[in-house]
Design a protein around this ligand. Structure first.
Ligand SMILES: Cc1cc2nc3c(=O)[nH]c(=O)nc-3n(C[C@H](O)[C@H](O)[C@H](O)COP(=O)(O)OP(=O)(O)OC[C@H]3O[C@@H](n4cnc5c(N)ncnc54)[C@H](O)[C@@H]3O)c2cc1C
Length: 328
């Protein structure tokens, strides 16, 4: 394998040119990709170092925030505008991994980190349609406590592991991409795909597409936001269920709300059904619980993860109640 590197922060075009084929991979902090290469799950023929992509966080006049894809996770979580105007994002990042990993991990790499399904990692003993399309999925009949309850398919029940992406989904972030066909942008909620019968295709990115930045809209509501992650141990563990939420309450009624779930699906799950039910309604624990149940009505448990449905309902209710209390 030939490693390439470039250092000009805005030289996305050169990186794409170097990537050339779908067998090439971009290397951000390398904290996920290198692990996968060690396990021989990923076998790129070429690596293009993109850690030199923009590391700037730009506060724009319209109140939006433009975050370079090369910004380190720890830098983003510590940024004053993020801590004060989008606390859900700072909290989500700090709930993930370890300080050392966050110091290396980039925004682009965090979004594109791959599932933590143990069958996906087990290259020698397990079947996985994500790793080897058409092979079968041993997670479905296997030990599937950490797997998806929403949007899964007969081919794949893996979940997306990123905490940061869940907060970005709730905040309505946009992802800026540059590829062979030029620049374009997609909503964060449209970046990742549900598995369907092609779980190996995880995003709408084309081969050689490079994430260059993530944009957060000016969202005054986001100042009252938070992230709660429920996991098997207090740190260094992925979410069983997580909730990112922002809530504005006026005269006891929900004036605006954003809600997304992590640990439950193949992509960060924006809870649009719950949001629609909550808007304009009473800001009470009963209403929060009813909205959570509506969102989870389509949940399909596997052998070992039925607990996630009640866990998600309770976590949504608790987080929204906490924010409503803070608002009051
Ligand atoms: C022990 C451990 C615990 C962890 N716990 C958590 C956790 O609790 N929560 C959580 O959210 N994460 C967790 N992580 C994952 C960690 O957050 C990710 O490994 C990290 O965010 C990936 O960022 P990176 O820059 O190192 O990505 P890389 O490993 O460099 O890249 C990941 C993928 O993204 C692609 N890529 C990178 N940059 C770009 C770009 N700009 N454009 C297009 N493609 C790109 C790469 O080609 C690769 O496919 C943990 C990781 C470890 C090792």
């Amino acid at each position: 394998m030939t490693p390439f590197s470039y250092s000009r922060a805005d030289d996305a075009a050169r990186a794409i040119d170097l990537a050339g084929t779908s067998a090439a991979k971009f290397l951000g902090g390398g904290t996920n990709l290198v692990d996968l290469m060690r396990e021989t799950v990923e076998r790129p023929i070429r690596l293009v170092d993109v850690s030199g992509l923009s590391g700037a966080i730009e506060e724009r006049e319209d109140g939006s925030l433009l975050i370079g894809a090369g910004v380190k996770n720890s830098t983003l979580a510590a940024h004053r505008a993020v801590r004060t105007r989008y606390p859900v994002l700072a909290r989500a990042i700090l709930a993930g991994a370890s300080a050392q990993i966050r110091n290396m991990a980039t925004v682009g790499g965090n979004l594109l980190q791959r599932t933590r399904c143990t069958y996906f990692y087990d290259n020698e003993g397990a079947r996985c349609n994500k790793r080897a399309p058409g092979e079968g999925c041993d997670a479905i009949g296997g030990f599937n406590r950490i797997h998806a309850i929403l949007g899964a398919s007969e081919s794949c029940v893996a979940t997306h592991p990123s905490d940061m992406a869940v907060a970005l989904a709730a905040l309505g972030a946009t992802v800026h991409i540059t590829g062979a066909g030029g620049a374009r942008s997609v909503a964060l909620t449209d970046l990742h795909r549900l598995p369907g019968d092609r779980p190996d295709i995880e995003t709408v990115l084309e081969p050689g597409d490079l994430i260059t930045a993530v944009e957060l809209p000016a969202l005054p509501l986001a100042a009252q936001s938070t992230y709660r992650k429920v996991r098997d141990r207090a740190s260094y563990a992925f979410a069983l269920v997580s909730v990112a939420a922002a809530l504005e309450v006026k005269d006891g009624r929900v004036r605006d709300v954003r809600l997304a779930l992590g640990g439950v699906a193949h992509k960060p799950w924006r809870a649009t059904k719950a949001e629609a039910l909550l808007m304009g309604g009473p800001a009470t624990a009963e209403a929060f619980r009813a909205a959570a149940e509506a969102e989870l009505a389509d949940a399909r448990p596997l052998n070992d993860n039925g607990f996630k449905i009640e866990l998600a309902a309770r976590t949504i209710t608790a987080v929204l109640s906490e924010l409503a209390g803070a608002n009051a």
